[in-house]
Ligand binder design. Structure first.
Ligand code: AN7
Length: 350
């Protein structure tokens, strides 16, 4: 039988009732792509086995679909008619898609002007009520937390425990794809800290070994690194422009229990790794997604991680087409020439 999504695949590890009707877009089963050229660049001669978990290939283009199939499945099972979330964009697009599929109303609160174009386009296409707030993600999250106390709507941010249940299937897949064992290092971007918390839950539950966890935050939005709420988070990686992560405590637990590391990387270094992923490995991601790679490269350079004969998995959380604006801004513009063979030959040989 072909792949039918993460709930079907890992049903025995998920606490759904036996008769639940699964809402799925056949998410998951994303490739674990070997990245030997990038590995040699960030750890020359070290025999680092580097893999990219390409979560941007999920149905809505981000890792959020794993948790959203679970959250929407459970919302329907509980009779919910309306779901709501605050989002930097990817949660919103995912919620909008799964809600559309389930016939639910979906409200998404996004920070005005700070959501990448591909995410906004998707939310609108899926027919969500897109509410652009004059405030940050964190303020939006406060609003949705408050509204669910007053109105019968289901919150589908990663505060919702079902989101983590679905999301943890990423760990199961990585272990299965590595032939039954966990990597030495599991590297990923950290924003609201749902993903890091879920991956750690998954590794512990699967019982096939534990990695050390390396989380990367953008320097301008690094509350977990500094231990302080960031009132005005800033970063070009808008997906992780979050100053007060909802799953902060669980992230600290994952870091502590795994003997992990959380580190801040500058926007410059995020972009450097974003370029390397595309130009060295042919893997196009949105900027935030390169933060795990940037963190790994930085910690190797600092001597905090010894890459020798290690296996590292970097989770690439969102597809490059999510943020075409940044991609075009960062690129060399196209070459203009007349529609003429001589001009082309001249260019090719110059
Ligand atoms: C591409 O969509 O928070 O630490 O509202 O979109 O689990 O929050 C997105 C987060 C990393 C951080 N990479 O994951 C949202 C949202 C991408 C993301 C993260 C996000 P968490």
């Amino acid at each position: 039988m072909s792949w039918q999504g993460v709930i079907h695949q890992y049903r025995d590890y998920l606490p759904f009732d036996a008769d639940v009707q699964i809402v799925t877009l056949n998410e998951g089963n994303t490739p674990l792509v070997a990245a030997p050229r990038l590995a040699e660049l960030i750890a020359p001669g070290a025999n680092l086995r580097l893999f990219l978990k390409y979560e941007g290939l999920n149905p809505t283009g981000s890792f959020k679909d794993r948790g959203m199939t679970a959250a929407i499945t459970q919302a329907v099972a509980e009779g919910s008619k309306t779901v709501i979330c605050a989002s930097t964009g990817n949660t919103a697009a995912s919620a909008a898609a799964y809600a559309a599929r389930a016939g639910l109303r979906c409200l998404v609160l996004v920070p005005e002007g700070k959501i990448a174009l591909g995410k906004l386009a998707a939310c609108l296409a899926y027919g969500a009520d897109v509410i652009s707030i004059d405030g940050s993600f964190d303020e939006g999250l406060d609003m949705v937390r408050a509204i669910v106390e007053r109105q019968p709507v289901t919150l589908v941010n990663s505060i919702n425990p079902w989101r983590l249940e679905g999301q943890k299937t990423g760990s199961f897949e990585i272990i299965d794809q590595l032939g039954g064992q966990a990597p030495d290092w599991h590297c990923l971007p950290v924003g609201n800290a749902g993903n890091i918390s879920a991956y750690w839950m998954g590794y512990k539950q699967y019982g096939k070994g534990l990695p050390r966890v390396l989380g990367g935050q953008a320097t301008g939005s690094a509350p977990i690194v500094t231990g302080k709420v960031v009132e005005k988070p800033e970063t070009l990686a808008t997906a992780i422009r979050i100053g007060n992560p909802a799953r902060w405590r669980q992230a600290l637990e994952a870091l502590d229990e795994s003997d992990g590391i959380i580190t801040a990387v500058t926007d410059e270094k995020i972009l450097e790794s974003w370029h390397l992923l595309a130009k060295r490995e042919g893997v196009f991601v949105e900027p935030a997604s390169a933060t795990g790679v940037a963190a790994l490269k930085q910690q190797i350079e600092r001597g905090a991680i010894d890459p020798t004969n290690k296996t590292a998995v970097c989770v690439l959380t969102g597809h490059g087409l999510k943020d075409p604006g940044t991609a075009v801004d960062q690129a060399t513009p196209p070459i203009s020439m007349p529609a003429d063979i001589d001009a082309l030959e001249n260019y090719l040989t110059s």
